[in-house]
Design a protein around this ligand. Sequence first.
Ligand SMILES: Cc1ncc(COP(=O)(O)O)c(C=O)c1O
Length: 255
Amino acid sequence: MISHHSSYHGATLGALALTGYTPLASAFDPMMRPMPKIPDPRAYLDHLDANDEATGHYYADMLEDRILAEGPETVLAFIVELVGDASTGALVPPASYMKRIREICTKYGVLLIHDEVMSGGGRTGKFFAAEHWNLAPDILTISKDFTAGYVPLGAMVARNDIVENVLDMGDFLHGYTYAGNPLACAVGLAVLDKIERKGMMDNATKVGAELKAGLQGLMELHKIIGDVRGIDLFLAFELVSNRKTLKPLPRNLNA
Ligand SMILES: Cc1ncc(COP(=O)(O)O)c(C=O)c1O
């Protein structure tokens, strides 16, 4: 499985092998089976224009190169956060990136997994962030906003033909003590109902625009804010010591 460096997909051994965040992973290196990584599409830090079609293709083509280098028959899937979480600070991929990624995965029979654990559930103004690009994955993951954080609930959603294949091969035998927990599912349903009835996704768009404008105002006041980015209520700003070099602030400042 191929993923981004930087990225966050979880802390259990399998998910950690996909997570591209060295300080977290290094203690477990001896136990992990390392998975290949490609750079996240950090146009801002590379001084590239994220709206230029060539920029998205430049980063997406690194996936094709990596699939070819590994041997397409050895690559099961590519996993990607639609809007990056803490590892990249709400990184939104360049405009043409995800479409090209979808094409490459389809071309080589590599499953495309959208990790919507952080970006799904409404905070980007759509239930799935992928809707901003009008794209469908083969598999997706969702959690967090799914229950508004009141109880733990996460889900993996896959295309019917993938699920049917697994069932035909003898069912999905991985079980957990709390899998399908009725309390968690009831809270999940109640949250989904509230998100819809209260128009919370539209609200995320409205309030997100206010928050973004506020952060952009701060950027005018403070030179250490180099970038304000994200979609609707999934926002971050980047702290830099210098807006030209985009160098981070010294670590000892603990910014
Ligand atoms: C994008 C993303 N994927 C996966 C995970 C892992 O989820 P969990 O902590 O439930 O294993 C997280 C958790 O923060 C996340 O932000």
